[in-house]
Write a protein that binds this ligand. Structure first.
Ligand SMILES: Nc1nc2c(c(=O)[nH]1)N[C@H]1C(S)=C(S)[C@@H](COP(=O)(O)O)O[C@H]1N2
Ligand SMILES: [Mo]
Length: 493
């Protein structure tokens, strides 16, 4: 029994050295990619002073894990459904591979930032090779030792057991510290906030998407026409190419859906290229008594905006979004953008623009939603997220977006209070990042360093470009948009 164990340990140590030291491609890749990850983890755990200790511990942990695997291999190697040493080892390397995968899974779920920054494919490859090398060398070593069985091998084995025991002792000394640090780093891992400040311009892929349709229309631009008709002097229709040949303007405009809840995700900001609606309406010539401009779409949707909104400089028929042809789900080939009004008025897949002398009620208005619904000044947190755990004594970026339709944002204020205590400091002014314009959201942030542990309630509110503060009064999205302050709760430990 003892001999088996001793042999097993010796296989394991040799195998470990093989895996960790041999300048083979696989081992090198393994060293290049796996230990740095472990090292970084340990540096974060121990602080910058303990680099060497960290590396040593990482190595020890590998050593111990390898030893255990070696013993395990000695126990089960005869059960493996393979005759040759190499195939046995190869089969066995499935175990460390599974363990590695589990470990990576744990790290990814607890502290993904430890692994981000490493190239995915080379890392996976190196870890695979690392483990396969380990398994195969275990298999080969087990084989040679069995055949040799000389007294020299036994002596070597005993020396290695001694070495192994002292290493294990050192490991025990370290482990108590490691465990304590590890616990703290686990809390830290959980305390790493998962939200983030959004990019000023939302990519087309991330832009929120809302429509009444289960399947959005696919428009053939060759057969598509945009007609301008109704209460006008010279009704006309243009093709897609004709539309593209008109003088274009570029505008940054944020869209928010009227059904967005306080703190909700249905808001995004884009750079749009298009033709001012005004140009088309002037070409058609508005007749006296014109009141609403009705926008009809390929999907049967319609909405209307008052003539005054339609004639505004910033109201455009967009054909491009963030430098790309308008994506299908965002209204290809052409859509309305009317800064200041909620998303539902920004009709996609446009087919017809009709000037009318009545107050026209569109798709959502027939279902009770407000007509000419102006965006209500809003603000929200995107980081941290509600319910997140933070660490005391650390500085966090608290931030998000604020939006007022077409009125701009002049300031954003945050209130941070400990639950059950008085407000600390009342409202403090957040920083507004550059880039915001009257028709876009403002990205805001505030650096917060919580000192006391406990539960905190964070609230945000904005003031629009006209000096009007967002209302604290809570209302549901129906019928004209949600209102009230966005509040989140975080736990500081
Ligand atoms: N033709 C058409 N246009 C439409 C809609 C629709 O269902 N059909 N939905 C509206 C609503 S409710 C919103 S919030 C915006 C969303 O635009 P987006 O998907 O580009 O973000 O499109 C608006 N335009
Ligand atoms: Mo909407």
């Amino acid at each position: 029994m003892a001999a088996i164990a001793a042999f097993a340990v010796s296989y394991a140590f040799r195998a470990t050295m093989n895996a960790a030291f041999l300048p083979e491609v696989s081992a090198q890749l393994g060293i290049e990619f796996s230990p740095p990850a472990a090292t970084r983890f340990l540096i974060e755990t121990f602080g910058k002073g303990a680099k060497i200790g960290g590396v040593a511990i990482a190595f020890l942990l590998y050593y111990i894990a390898a030893a255990l695997l070696g013993i395990f291999f000695a126990r089960i190697k005869d059960l493996l459904p393979a005759k040759r040493a190499i195939t046995r080892g190869l089969l066995f390397s499935l175990f460390p591979i599974i363990i590695t995968a589990l470990l990576i899974g744990v790290i990814l779920s607890l502290a993904p930032e430890i692994l981000t920054g490493y190239p995915i494919r080379p890392t996976v490859l190196s870890l695979l090779l690392f483990n396969i090398t380990f398994g195969v060398s275990l298999g080969l070593l087990a084989d040679t030792n069995e055949e040799g069985g000389s007294s020299l091998a036994h002596r070597l084995a005993r020396r290695r057991v001694l070495f192994g025991t002292s290493a294990a002792l050192m490991a025990v000394v370290f482990t108590s510290t490691v465990l304590r640090r590890l616990f703290r780093s686990l809390v830290q891992a959980v305390g790493v906030v998962s939200g983030r400040l959004p990019a000023f311009l939302t990519s087309n892929a991330e832009f929120y998407q809302v429509s009444k349709n289960a399947f959005n229309p696919v428009v053939d631009e060759k057969r598509w026409r945009l007609s301008i008709k109704g209460n006008v002097e010279r009704p006309f229709a243009i093709t897609y190419d004709e539309l593209l040949s008109l003088p274009m303007v570029e505008r940054e405009i944020t869209l928010e859906c009227v059904s967005n809840e306080v703190g909700g995700p249905l808001i995004s900001n884009g750079r749009w290229t298009g033709v001012p609606l005004k140009i088309l309406l002037e070409r058609a010539g508005l007749r006296a008594g014109s009141r609403d401009v009705v926008l009809r779409a390929v999907d049967g949707y319609s909405d209307s905006i008052p003539v005054e909104w339609a004639m505004r400089e910033e109201t455009i028929i967009a054909v491009r979004m963030n430098g790309e042809t308008l994506p299908r789900d965002h209204g290809y080939p052409a859509r309305l953008l009317v800064p200041g009004l909620f998303g539902m008025e920004n009709v996609k897949w446009l087919s017809e623009i009709a000037v009318v002398t009545v107050d026209y009620r569109g798709y959502w208005q027939q279902r009770g939603w407000a007509d000419t619904a102006a965006v209500k000044t809003m603000s929200k947190f995107t980081v941290p997220r509600d319910g997140e755990i933070l660490l005391s004594g650390r500085t966090y970026e608290v931030g998000g977006v604020a939006f007022s339709g077409d009125r701009g944002i002049s300031s954003v204020e945050v209130s941070i209070e400990r639950a059950g205590h008085d407000a600390i400091g009342g409202w403090v002014e957040a920083e507004i990042l550059p880039g915001a314009s009257p028709t876009t959201w403002a990205i805001w942030r505030y650096l917060w360093r919580p000192e006391e542990r406990g539960e905190y309630i964070l609230t945000v509110r904005a003031v629009d470009g006209r000096g009007q503060r967002q209302t604290a009064e809570r209302s549901a999205p129906f019928p004209d948009g949600a209102s009230g302050y966005h509040r989140i709760k975080v736990n500081v430990t």
